[in-house]
Design a protein around this ligand. Structure first.
Ligand SMILES: [Cu+2]
Length: 582
């Protein structure tokens, strides 16, 4: 009998995987009070579908995604959702950047984001891009290579085949593993989200401070004694693994300003993915994750079964910050008729994270990463031109702090740049700004559109210059993110970038496509605020027409102006061609 059933079933499976699917997803945003770290009280934040983290969006490469976003009528704040790392090829209007690719969604409003996930796989996430909402309105966005690579536990369509044929391996590229888990890191502040926004943007802003708790999969415990005294405290997140199996951990750095290093007690990790791109195996026992950055690591559950192992975090670059992000890896032998979930066993004493022996920043930047699929581009070649961005935080006459980029305040288009361009008869790229920049005159900025115009097929290097910040002499790290395009970090250095002297420097022998680059931090100095103190250069091979924000992924910095918009070949942006689209 099986001889008949199985071939039929396989036929069905093969047929379904060949077809791109339409995935319809509804995201309902609303304001709720939550208390994920068992602090004395909860705080008011924006959530997606009432959950934190938000439910994962899972798609297969090539799928068409149709997302409906509803902002609750009682939410009292505008919102928008960005799909971080998804390139939005041909669909800039679905990128979710408020004031740039869309008007913000008002309370009670609805927005439809329709896009295809083209030629991308791996680990991404989605988050609100309005105000400070990204600290809570966020969830994983996973792109599988084929429908067969979906993990069973989270909606594999092939449960029947699993029952009949037994468990099979999951794959991506050359890698195979038994199952996968998500480690979703976020910051938690003991402050209402809207009050935080008012503080950051208002005249009383002093500094962005430190996080109160690191959450792992939406939970930690602020004060471990709560675990004994408060039954309502849900405790730490538990990650269940079966002894002997090989897991892909999808690590998502959804923090809003913290850079954190994490370790898993008694386990080593093999990094295989950075920002959606597969890399050759890289062994480590700790991993720095900065805001917006994702990794996948392979982890073998090879430690004694029926035991628990701490996943612990340590704040990097801000040593006085909390290190209370804790979760528990529990190794459980599955029992046939027992529910799998079990509350993690927590010893009374939470051990301090093990000391990190590789704390020098250069060890965090992984110049040794090598992509699985080699890049054809020669990164030693000169670019067509170089755009230098120098962000400086500045105390304004009204007492607020704003980051000026190349001396300019961040533009605020109303209701959005895309709509302003749509209303024009014809949108032309500013060739003069491009030519002048290529000749070393001007920084490439178009004063008309308040953007940096780029042309498809150009090779453009970006230098992001770190500068000494106000008040404390720090030269902090900035995790810089590009929307709508990948980039390749090719060099970094300390002090000021001087093009004539530094243009040929390369510090990354095998650049890997990414969407987050850490702008190199430097030791504190006595130099005046605004003094250049470190720099990082990344290369963009311009391909995707659209309006693409690029910004520091420390939300406070972005909101205060550390951002710019790349306007790529506007005459080729589909949504600017047919004006009746909107
Ligand atoms: Cu920053």
């Amino acid at each position: 009998m099986y001889g008949v059933v199985i071939p039929l079933l396989l036929l069905v499976l093969i047929n379904t995987t060949a077809l791109a699917r339409v995935r319809e997803i509804e995201l309902n945003l609303s304001v709720k009070v939550v208390n994920p770290d068992c602090h004395t009280e909860g705080y008011e934040v924006m959530l997606v579908n009432g959950q934190h983290p938000a439910p994962p969006i899972q798609v297969t490469k090539g799928d068409e995604v149709r997302i409906t976003i509803n902002n609750d009528p009682d939410s009292d704040r505008e919102t928008s959702i960005h799909y971080h790392g998804i390139l939005q090829i041909g669909t800039t209007e679905a990128d979710g950047m408020p004031l740039v690719t869309q008007a913000p969604i008002p309370p009670g409003g609805t927005f439809h984001a329709n896009f295809k996930v083209i030629d991308q796989t791996g680990t991404y996430y989605y988050h609100a891009h309005s105000g400070t909402q990204d600290s809570s309105a966020h969830g994983p966005f996973i792109v599988y290579e084929t429908d067969e690579d979906w993990p069973c536990a989270t909606g594999n369509d092939n449960i029947l085949s699993t029952l009949l044929l037994g468990k099979k391996k999951l794959h991506e590229g050359p890698y195979a593993y038994d199952d996968e888990r998500v480690l979703f890191f976020s910051d938690w502040l003991h402050q209402d989200q809207q009050k935080r926004l008012e503080y950051l943007m208002g005249p009383n802003f002093a500094d962005i401070g430190v996080t109160d708790s690191f959450l792992i999969n939406g939970r930690t415990v602020y004060d471990p004694s709560t675990l004994q005294n408060d039954d309502s405290c849900e405790g730490y997140s538990a990650i269940d693994v079966e002894p002997g199996k090989l897991y892909r951990l999808r690590v998502i750095g959804a923090t809003t300003f913290s850079a954190m290093n994490f370790t898993i007690a008694q386990h080593r990790m093999t990094i295989i993915e950075v920002d959606g791109v597969l890399i050759q195996p890289y062994e480590t026992d700790s991993l720095l994750v900065v805001p917006g950055q994702r990794f996948s690591v392979l982890l073998r559950a090879d430690q004694p079964p029926e035991d628990s192992y701490y996943i612990s975090t340590e704040s990097v670059f801000t040593p006085d910050a909390t290190s209370n992000g804790v979760a528990i890896l529990q190794s459980i032998v599955p029992k046939m008729f027992e529910p799998h979930a079990r509350k993690a066993t927590v010893p009374a004493q939470i051990p301090a994270p093990p000391p990190n022996t590789s704390r020098q920043p250069e060890n965090y930047l992984f110049p040794e990463f090598r992509p699985v699929y080699p890049e054809r581009h020669n990164f030693n070649s000169p670019p067509d031109r170089t755009i230098e961005l120098v962000p400086v935080d500045t105390r304004m006459p009204d007492g607020t702090v704003r980051w000026l980029v190349n001396g300019r305040l961040a533009p605020e288009w109303s209701p959005s740049l895309i709509q302003l361009l749509q209303e024009m008869h014809q949108v032309r790229i500013n060739n003069t700004a491009i030519e002048m920049n290529a000749e070393g005159r001007g920084d490439g900025f178009d004063d008309g559109h308040q953007t940096y115009p780029l042309m498809v097929d150009e090779v453009v290097d970006f230098v992001i210059q770190g500068t000494v910040i106000l008040d404390d002499g720090l030269c902090p790290a900035h995790p810089w993110h590009t929307h709508g395009m990948v980039h390749y970090t090719i060099a970094h250095g300390v002090g000021a970038y001087v093009h004539a002297r530094d243009k040929d420097i390369r510090t990354y022998p095998t650049p890997t496509a990414k969407d987050i680059s850490l702008i190199y931090p430097a030791p504190p100095s006595t130099a005046a605020p605004g003094t250049p103190c470190s720099w990082t250069k990344f290369r963009v091979l311009v391909k995707n027409p659209g309006l693409w924000a690029t910004h520091c992924h420390i939300t406070a910095h972005m909101l205060q102006g550390m951002r710019a918009v790349m306007e790529v070949s506007p005459e080729q942006i589909p949504v600017l061609q047919n004006n009746d689209h909107f």
